[in-house]
Design a protein around this ligand. Structure first.
Ligand SMILES: C[S@@+](CC[C@H](N)C(=O)[O-])C[C@H]1O[C@@H](n2cnc3c(N)ncnc32)[C@H](O)[C@@H]1O
Length: 330
């Protein structure tokens, strides 16, 4: 199945492409967003993706748009350095369409989906530790923590116990082995979703270090946006969305509800009290405090969009600096 870009008109409204400006599409995927931005104004777009398969698509777009489009390979955390390699330090907009693309999920060999038999892989970059490595070597406690923290799966302990018992007989190799094992533990998942949904989500987030990557990507965008520049983020599940909402709230000077957990795999808590606001709400872009969700028409055409939410903000000109504290001299 090809990738149908989610919330596309809404993304364009929030980004508001203008002639001569430069935008970063940090999650190039199949290039749907990049193509739409290039079509909306005579602007320049830099695409980023960590997946070699997306790079191939990006190289094709480079040929089509020559001067106006460039493709970079790497992760959000490398984005600032990668932009420097092409002489860019400040841009007018960043777009993040988080998660995995339909190309990745529908390709059995990539091992992202419980719906297809394939190697238990899940690596976006196609390198490093795979999901099979994790389930075959991590301790029962570590597996339970991963499945609970990144999947919010209530049966995490029972699943971890079964994984460890299973692998004593034979190592995990395929998506089906894991999906069947989870199915034997989780009966009646909510909203009719596949019982393996949350466990697969957890492993994918862990393998790709997704939450730390999002945190780093947002901070790089904050640093590299010009005053008046636009940040547009589309999320697909509550963990991602919570992170983006908390980041934007903190950076807009709203003090409530930021992440207070500390973990090697979660971003550090945001020290909101030490910051001057760096973002304003995306007024005039249709963005609301709650974010934008797909219309019924879009959901009818693309049911995969059902959990998508778009949040956007505008970079203020003030640079972040410590607030004057009460009682401080001078
Ligand atoms: C939902 S898809 C984007 C689809 C795209 N908007 C389109 O219209 O085709 C997300 C893409 O972001 C990439 N990605 C996710 N996390 C990344 C990260 N930390 N660094 C770089 N690319 C990442 C994935 O490999 C995937 O191709």
């Amino acid at each position: 199945m090809s990738h149908i870009p989610v919330l596309l008109p809404e993304m364009l409204t929030a980004l508001s492409p203008q002639e001569g400006e430069i935008y970063v599409d940090a999650t190039f995927g199949g290039g749907g967003y990049s193509r739409a931005i290039l079509g909306a104004a005579s602007c320049r777009v830099v695409g980023l993706d960590r997946d070699p398969a997306a790079i191939v698509k990006g190289k094709a777009l480079e040929k089509e748009f020559s001067e106006r489009f460039q493709m970079l390979q790497g992760t959000f955390s490398q984005l600032k350095d990668l932009l420097a390699t092409i002489g860019l330090s400040k841009v007018h907009g960043f777009v993040f369409d988080l998660g995995i693309s339909s190309y990745q999920i529908d390709e059995a060999d990539r091992g992202f989906s419980f719906r297809f038999e394939g190697p238990l892989d899940m690596r976006m970059s196609q390198e490093g530790v795979s999901a099979a490595d994790v389930v075959n070597t991590y301790s029962e406690q570590e597996l339970a923590d991963i499945i609970f923290r990144y999947g919010e799966e209530r049966k995490s302990r029972a699943i971890a116990r079964k994984i460890v018992a299973f692998r004593k007989q034979e190592p995990f190799r395929t998506t089906t082995q894991l999906a069947n094992l989870v199915k034997s533990v989780v009966k009646g998942a909510k909203d009719g979703q596949n019982p393996a949904t949350l466990t697969f989500q957890a492993l994918r987030i862990f393998v790709n270090n997704e939450l730390i990557e999002i945190d780093k990507g947002l901070k790089i965008a904050e640093e590299c946006l010009l005053p008046g520049g636009r940040l547009v983020v589309v999320t697909f599940h509550s963990l991602e969305d919570r992170l983006v909402k908390q980041f934007l709230r903190a950076r807009q000077g709203v003090r409530k509800g930021w992440n207070s957990s500390r973990s090697r795999h979660l971003p550090d808590p945001i020290e909101v009290s030490d910051m001057m606001p760096t973002f304003a709400q995306g007024k005039g872009t249709g963005a609301s405090v709650k974010g934008i969700t797909p219309s019924l028409t879009e959901l009818r055409l693309n049911p995969r969009a059902r959990s998508a939410r778009l949040r956007s903000a505008i970079r203020l000109s003030a640079i972040s600096q410590p607030l004057e504290r009460e009682g401080r001299e001078g």
